[in-house]
Design a protein around this ligand. Structure first.
Ligand code: ADP
Ligand code: MG
Length: 606
């Protein structure tokens, strides 16, 4: 080993740049935060080639004094704190004094800045930590920083940069987060010369959200404002009917700083408990205000994560804030368990998708059932003999205790079904076989059947039958979503969803697959988009399609809590057990619970 030496400032900066500057989006974040800290009213961000080629941030803030520009680029140089105690009364986003030093050590950076009290501005160019130019020039008050040659001297990082689209998305996401928490500032964002974002800067959070996500989002937002103990929660949550299948639209801010936190996400979800279907995620823009002494912002160089003291209380207050709002707006709780009318409708829809395939079998059953009285003899027997079924319709076991031949099971399974009793809790189908008692989860089972059918259809014709919509559906998208959607347009077409881009922030869906015909088209298509956006990390097309089909199957299947007709029960039993792996739904959840006759006998002691 060599002797110990003190690393040069440039090398030290390069090393710390590794922590602060992970990708072009980190540069955007740091520069934008500096512009915000400088009391700017207007901030323009221009990037080229997903930020890999060029990043420029222009602000009209207070600027940097000419004699301090050089200092601003050295490590641990900051105007924002003086000692460590200041960290606990922080009113700025920056405080570590290392962003400019880091960026200038791994790229070429040009700054033109004029301080508000000065007549002249300063231009300085630094590449790889070396000053290339340092002149006095005329400039408007504010700061204009351009970064090029990103990672030119750190090949590992350079190679690590992803496609233009991916880097663009990271930048777009970061900007969305920042702009929402600074509604007083007008932000403009350009990618390769195209204006993608222009916030109103009128101080209104909701108007700012509108400029990022569009009308549909803002139409569905509920204002929350709740103070409890030492925590104040303000912001917007979405009406439960407007939700996402991923957590992508959950924005949390602690004292104005955008933060990532699984715990806060969990608290938000708890607030929605009972209001959202399984697998659905709430949307929220949550601003938490609390004594800065309770928030440690200095846990990571990127400042994305913070540490709260008394996390538990903060989570409880957030949960309460959400709960009390939702309770007050009088939405129907437990959407899964809606009244009978809705169920009836849902039932018909759920079974319509395959009407072409299974009609023969089903209509045969229908006729048979129509001829039968509503309550079978066995049902009556149960009531009179055992006395455990009262008049209450809800708890009555339905009339489904026929013999195997009578219920028209048309396939040989690997076990022999002797009776189908009907539903348990409107959620499970009870079956007796020679081996034992089977409980089939009706939702998971039906989902499995639909999924296999869709997959078969897809594999066979590589094409799913579509129908044009009389009234095309308009769907609003954020910049990030739009980018992913356009990239995967052919995947959508394979899935039977045809659309065109309509303006910078929306698409018009003009054809959908037949199997979605009677569903709430907009929300299903929206959900498939979400699913594809969520899955986008593994962009392999077949995987995307598989996930989307799983999703569709889940959406089309009967729900837990839904009362089924005999036809539907027969249909599920008939079709489920001929599948391979009938005991697992496409998402891997169990479908079947088996209590063997042996076990029953043993437990009872027979
Ligand atoms: P930090 O933001 O943590 O203080 P930076 O390296 O990002 O560290 O910036 C160093 C200093 O340069 C800041 O403290 C600030 O005084 C000055 N500065 C950077 N960007 C701007 C800007 N856009 N407008 C005015 N001053 C700026
Ligand atoms: Mg900074």
């Amino acid at each position: 080993m060599n002797d110990i030496i003190q690393l040069s400032e440039t090398v030290a900066n390069q090393i710390s740049a590794g922590e602060v500057i992970e990708r072009p989006a980190s540069i955007v974040k740091e520069l934008v935060e500096n512009a915000i800290d400088a009391d700017s009213e207007n901030i323009t961000v221009k990037i080229e080639d997903g930020g890999k080629e060029k990043i420029q941030v222009i602000d009209d803030g207070i600027g940097i004094k000419p004699e301090q520009v050089k200092l601003a680029f050295s490590r641990y140089a900051t105007s924002k704190i003086e000692d460590a105690d200041d960290l606990f009364s922080l009113s700025t986003l920056g405080f570590r004094g290392e962003a400019l030093a880091s960026i200038s050590s791994i790229s070429k950076i040009e700054v033109i800045t004029r301080h508000k009290d000065e007549m002249k501005g300063k231009k300085m160019v630094i590449k790889g930590g070396e000053i290339k130019e340092n002149t006095t020039i005329g400039a408007p008050v504010g700061t204009n920083i351009t970064v090029t040659d990103i990672f030119f001297n750190t090949p590992a990082r350079y190679k690590y940069m992803k496609t233009t689209r991916t880097e663009f998305r990271h930048i777009s996401n970061i900007l969305n987060k920042e702009v929402i928490s600074f509604p007083n500032i007008n932000f403009k964002f350009f990618h390769d010369g195209k204006n993608l974002l222009d916030t109103p800067g009128n101080g209104k959070v909701k108007d700012t959200i509108y400029s990022v996500f569009g009308k549909e989002m803002t139409d569905n937002l509920l204002y929350i404002n709740h103070e409890e103990q030492f925590v104040k929660i303000e912001g917007y949550i979405a009406h439960p009917s407007y939700n996402r299948s991923s957590r992508i639209h959950q924005y949390f801010y602690a004292n104005g700083r955008s933060v990532e936190s699984n715990l806060l996400a969990k608290a938000l979800e708890r607030g929605y408990k009972g209001y959202l279907d399984k697998g659905k995620n709430p949307i929220g823009f949550i601003f938490i205000t609390l004594n800065p002494i309770l928030v440690d912002v200095n846990v990571h160089p990127t400042k994305r994560r913070v540490k709260f003291s008394r996390y538990q209380t903060i989570m409880e207050v957030l949960e309460n804030a959400v709960k009390s709002k939702l309770n007050s707006i009088n939405t129907v709780k437990n959407i899964n368990f809606t009244g009978n009318k809705n169920n009836q409708k849902g039932k018909q829809q759920s079974f319509q998708y395959d009407s072409d395939n299974k009609t023969i079998n089903q209509s045969k059953n229908k006729q048979k059932n129509q001829q039968q009285p509503e309550k079978s003899s066995l049902f009556k027997e149960n009531r009179s003999n055992k006395g455990y079924n009262n008049q209450n319709q809800r708890t009555v076991i339905k009339n489904y205790n026929n013999k195997r031949d009578e219920i028209d099971l048309d396939v040989e399974f690997d076990f022999k079904i002797t009776k189908i009793f009907g539903q348990l809790y409107n959620t499970y189908i009870i079956i007796e076989s020679e081996e034992g008692l089977y409980l089939v989860d009706q939702h998971n089972g039906h989902e499995k059947i639909i999924y296999n059918e869709l997959l078969d259809k897809y594999n066979n014709d590589k094409d799913i039958k579509t129908q044009s919509l009389l009234t095309p559906v308009n769907i609003e998208l954020s910049n990030t979503e739009m980018d992913i959607i356009m990239e995967n347009q052919s995947t959508f077409e394979n899935l039977g969803i045809h659309f065109e881009q309509f303006g910078p922030k929306s698409i018009i869906v003009n054809a959908i697959p037949i199997y979605l015909k009677d569903k709430n088209q907009k929300s299903v298509v929206r959900d498939i988009i979400d699913e594809i956006v969520k899955q986008n990390k593994n962009v392999e097309k077949s995987k995307l399609i598989e996930e989307a089909l799983k999703y569709v199957a889940c959406r089309s299947a009967v729900k837990a809590g839904e009362q089924l007709t005999n036809d539907q029960i027969t249909y599920i039993v008939n079709n489920l057990f001929k599948l391979e792996n009938y005991d697992r739904c496409p998402h891997g959840r169990p479908i079947l619970l088996i209590l063997s006759k042996e076990e029953i006998d043993k437990e009872i002691g027979r």
